[in-house]
Design a protein around this ligand. Structure first.
Ligand code: BDP
Length: 723
């Protein structure tokens, strides 16, 4: 058939329209949408899942409720392909009904069991209302409704059946905070996702729409606070001009249930107050902080409080005046107390002049202070006793401070885990810590129970995550690093969640609900952390990274001014063996744990192999569980890590059909970088340890392609995240 010119033109135009429609319907996925993509559902799924998503009835009005309603509209209309109309009453076909008993007589009449859900919990229930089938989202507060709205959307997005819902949830931890190590010049300490989101220069007059998107993403996972500034603090943030900027950010975040916190530089009274001392017992200093707190609360009435790094890594603190950490924390606590503020005082301390094993110093310092802190102080403790190493045994302070609320500090940004390019899902690493048993009150005294307050009846509970967020289009520097932000929020909400479940949720929302995608992708995520541990610091080794920026291997470094900055301090390898003896014959750090734990850690035959060299210095020919000598095992573990990354690449290659091109390629390229760098870690580490042990490589282990000097000579002056 010959087409007339006119017909051909018309067909061409139609085709162009179709293509345009197609493109408009499927925007390029660059990761900006995170796990809140709300892509169209197949129509079969729609009818199965959402018989009641016909109308939305919002019973009440507030900025937060408006956000919740807008989110439901956005989510459902995108996923269903048609709008979710607003109605004032439940129609014939039912509706989604959103409200609090206080704000809506209709919700109050339902008599829902909300009392035990507290101020942030919510209930989602499929039930008849006025004889109509309805999906009710109810809560005691508007922010509870917002969390409920996100939860309902998650059910739909992950493909869970939503016909008969009965979900009642409340967060188990009160303070669920991100810690931004962001500087006022917008550089981010240990940040691998671009610059700081906070555009201080243009604040308060220009509000980047990204602030709203940031708040929305956090609210979707229950994060309710953000520390805007670096723990290595700058006192300028406390000056009036900056407080106006903080006020503007707080206003954006407030309706999302997110409070703002700041880091307080202990020497601020000297730097911006014109005082001659920052001694916490000096009346003028106390008065200065009190006035400063009053000023902050005039500007930001719901200001959360201060986070403080004191007397650690050169930061000023109370010990500069021969005062204790409690003296310092209590002084600030008194200043914010009248306003309902809190102080999060970090336990990450180790002193230059102290020769005690660095792993012991925080416990030695803080344990004697238990019970001496004001009731609005929380001590913030890193997950392990050294410093966010790829793997650390749980910090001995957990379980040891029954009278002082401790909050957990995890590092979401991957300072010691290959930066943004290495795929390492941290959910499993954090789960390992949270499940660890402190034995503080007998078996079952897990770290999770310390953190959620059940073990010691803490009056305050909290979890902080050092953020991995920056100006990169995909927020976190890599697509898979979004999973770590997500997992942090979910574990802060409930520290007993399974990291695998979290990974599944995330993968379904972020990529695809197809089981052919989800199963392999989650498998890859769950294996990833162990892979990094294997190719960087197997068998309990730690702190072997290159100096300063921590990019790449540096196990040979032993000449830094402080002994405990040197990798050689940590691995102690020599011709006879390797590892840090932290038993009685060494630093006796094991004694800081409860006796049951100490006994197991102290016994090389009982300690889990993953922590072996953290606590023991052992001869190279020690027989391992595999039957191999330690030396062979160590080398093979390095190789195993590289091998797992190879498998991850192959897995990802097989997932091409389920992933949009842009994100597929991004991940594939990063995995290739990871593979290359994992091999570099293995080769450099094996070359070095072989130079010390003098032993031949076990069978099957490839010899490093270069000599040790070659690896040692590598320099990375401009590695990111180090300022
Ligand atoms: C270390 C980081 C350093 C931080 C410090 C901290 O290398 O940049 O300032 O932790 O947590 O891991 O205070």
């Amino acid at each position: 058939m010959r087409l007339t010119h006119g017909l051909r033109l018309a067909l061409g135009a139609l085709l162009a329209l179709l293509c345009a429609g197609q493109l408009a319907a499927q925007p390029v996925e660059d990761g900006y949408d995170l796990w809140l993509r709300y892509r169209p559902l197949a129509s079969a799924v729609q009818t199965r899942l959402l018989p009641r998503a016909t109308e939305l009835v919002v019973a009440g009005d507030s900025p937060t409720m408006r956000i919740a309603a807008a989110e439901l509209e956005r989510g459902f209309s995108n996923m269903l392909g048609h709008p979710l109309p607003r109605a004032t009453a439940i129609g014939r076909d039912g509706a989604i009904l959103l409200g609090t008993p206080a704000g809506s007589p209709e919700i109050a009449r339902l008599g829902l069991p909300l009392a035990r859900l507290g101020p942030e919990g919510f209930l989602i229930r499929s039930m008849p209302v006025n004889g109509r089938t309805t999906t009710v989202i109810a809560a005691n507060s508007d922010v509870g409704l917002l969390y409920g709205a996100f939860r309902l959307l998650r059910e739909v997005e992950t493909g869970a059946p939503t016909e008969r819902l009965d979900i009642a949830e409340a967060p188990k931890v009160k303070l669920r905070l991100l810690n931004h190590w962001d500087n006022l010049d917008r550089t981010v300490e240990r940040g691998y996702a671009g610059f700081s989101l906070w555009d201080w220069h243009k604040l308060p007059d220009y509000l980047d729409p990204r602030y709203t998107d940031y708040a929305r993403a956090n609210a979707s996972i229950g994060i309710n606070g953000t520390v805007l500034t670096n723990v290595n603090a700058n006192a300028d943030i406390l000056t009036p001009a900056y407080l106006e900027k903080v006020k503007a950010l707080a206003a954006v975040f407030r309706p999302y249930g997110i409070r703002v916190y700041l880091t307080a530089r202990f020497s601020a009274p000297l730097e911006i107050g014109g005082l001659k001392t920052a001694d916490p017992l000096d009346p003028a200093v106390r008065a200065w902080w009190k006035a400063k707190a009053d000023e902050i609360y005039r500007v930001v009435p719901d200001f959360g409080g201060f986070l403080v790094k004191a007397n650690s890594e050169g930061q000023p603190g109370p010990q500069d005046y021969k005062r204790s950490h409690a003296d310092g924390a209590n002084m600030l606590a008194d200043a914010v107390k009248p306003h309902g503020g809190i102080v999060m005082w970090r336990a990450f301390v180790y002193a230059a002049e102290n020769v005690e094993d660095r792993a012991k110093q925080a416990y030695s310092e803080f344990k004697p202070l238990d019970g001496t802190f004001r009731d609005n102080v929380v001590v913030q403790v890193k997950n392990g006793a050294i410093d966010f190493q790829p793997r650390e045994p749980f910090h001995p302070l957990f379980g040891a401070m029954p009278k002082t609320p401790l909050m957990m500090e995890f590092q979401i940004t991957k300072e010691y885990l290959g930066f943004a390019t290495h795929l390492a899902y941290l959910g499993s690493a954090w789960e390992e810590v949270l499940k660890a048993d402190t034995y503080a009150k007998g078996k079952g005294s897990t770290v999770a129970k310390v953190i959620d307050g059940r073990l010691h009846g803490y009056r305050m509970t909290g979890m902080a995550g050092v953020a991995n967020i920056g100006t990169d289009r995909n927020w976190s520097g890599s697509h898979f690093d979004q999973a770590n932000w997500y997992a942090f929020g979910r574990l802060a909400w409930d520290p007993e969640l399974s990291s695998r479940t979290i990974a599944e949720e995330w993968a379904r929302m972020t990529f695809s609900t197809d089981p052919k995608f989800v199963r392999p992708a989650v498998g890859m995520m769950m294996a990833s952390h162990q892979a990094v541990v294997d190719y960087m610091t197997p068998l309990g080794l730690h702190h072997l990274m290159a100096t300063g920026h921590h990019y790449g291997p540096g196990p040979w470094v032993g000449d830094l001014e402080r002994p405990d900055w040197n990798p050689t301090y940590y691995h102690r390898a020599d011709a006879n063996g390797i590892g840090f003896d932290r038993t009685k014959t060494g630093s006796d750090a094991v004694a800081q744990y409860a006796p049951e734990v100490a006994r197991s850690f102290a016994d090389p035959n009982r300690i889990p192999e993953k922590d072996l060299l953290w606590f023991h210095h052992l001869p190279w020919d020690t027989k391992m569980a595999s039957g191999r000598p330690l030396w062979d095992e160590l080398v093979l573990r390095y190789g195993r890590g590289v091998g797992t990354v190879g498998e991850m690449r192959a897995t990802w290659d097989g997932l091409r059909p389920y992933v949009d091109a842009r994100r597929f390629d991004d991940v594939a390229s990063f995995l290739a970088i990871q593979h290359k760098e994992a091999a570099w870690w293995r080769d450099a580490s094996v070359a070095y340890f072989q130079s010390v042990s003098g032993r031949p490589l076990p069978e099957g282990a490839p010899p490093p392609p270069h000599d040790l000097e070659w690896y040692k000579a590598l320099q990375f002056k401009y590695a990111p995240g180090h300022h």
